[in-house]
Design a protein around this ligand. Sequence first.
Ligand SMILES: NC(=O)c1ccc[n+]([C@@H]2O[C@H](COP(=O)([O-])OP(=O)(O)OC[C@H]3O[C@@H](n4cnc5c(N)ncnc54)[C@H](OP(=O)(O)O)[C@@H]3O)[C@@H](O)[C@H]2O)c1
Length: 332
Amino acid sequence: MNTTTGKAWRAIKFGPPAESVELQQLTWEAPPEGHVLIRVSTAGAGFPDVMMTAGQYPLLGDPPFGLGEEAAGEVVAVSTGSRLSVGDRVTGITAFLQGWGGFAEYAYLREISTIRIPPTMTDEEAGGFPIGFRTAYAALVDRTPIEAGQTLLVLGAAGSTGTAAMQLGKALGAKVIAVAGSQDKLDFCSRHGADHVIGYRDENLTARLTEITDGRGIDLIFDPVGGDTAATALKSIARNGRIALVGVASGNPVPLNPMDMLLRNYSAVGVLATPGDPEAEALVWERLAELAGAGKVTMPVGRVYDFHDVPRMITEQSTPGPGKSVVRVASA
Ligand SMILES: NC(=O)c1ccc[n+]([C@@H]2O[C@H](COP(=O)([O-])OP(=O)(O)OC[C@H]3O[C@@H](n4cnc5c(N)ncnc54)[C@H](OP(=O)(O)O)[C@@H]3O)[C@@H](O)[C@H]2O)c1
């Protein structure tokens, strides 16, 4: 393939997005082994973009680097041995860990973490699908498997990973209790998979969980939030219950007390959605594509931003609305 040129948003230093993020002209070579190159239609946005520009994202070094962990679009070039073809409509995880992000006119996708987009999925839903669902899968299937009939408490439930956990939990047969901070977010959770909703700002979380579970407690807490909300939720964990440690949207991890864990018989499990064995990773994405294709899970879209509004988008991800924020890079 000839080289391709286009524009890409890159972090040039750490700091407020208006100063730290720049639209640059780049050249993309043929995709490296294990990757495809796409012309980007949409790219998912979220709290990790805030962390990356602030210098708080643990898996990246210093700028410059491309922003955008996930993207959807049309394949324009493949590497040797690819199972995908030029022209396929796909969505997947970008090569952001190697400095090449998705808020760009072209993006490299890691092929084992890429699926063909089911015909029922819109470009916006597709661009915001990979990270949330890969993370929810890492927790609810791999690290802290949930069984049908168990209770799943989802913190940050109207956010990106929380929404995916609600949907996947429901598809796996769990009873889903969603926690969020405003009425519009609670209404959103009721529409997208929650059996019960609790407002952590206005309601007594402990009392509501006792009432909903008849005093039995929660089998699994999905925690992308940490801090006080997670600490309060932990008081209602069932015997043999588990908390999946996913993230720190509150700014702090949940405080854990080994003596409390011992005396009340529960465990805390770290969850990082990165690929291990390539075959196992391919199966994860096959299963996610099947669930999405069958309409059992979707990523409800929240705010949609124009490509030129990426710095504003990042600033606004500190106080996201319900659903997944998406950047539209190219018109359909
Ligand atoms: N482990 C992994 O592999 C993995 C993968 C992806 C993301 N993450 C991490 O997971 C975290 C969340 O990411 P995300 O993309 O889901 O973020 P998001 O879309 O911004 O959602 C976070 C949610 O948390 C809620 N929240 C914020 N502060 C809160 C508090 N003090 N108490 C209760 N809820 C609070 C927010 O809304 P309300 O407060 O209004 O309800 C928001 O809906 C981040 O730390 C991210 O880095 C981890």
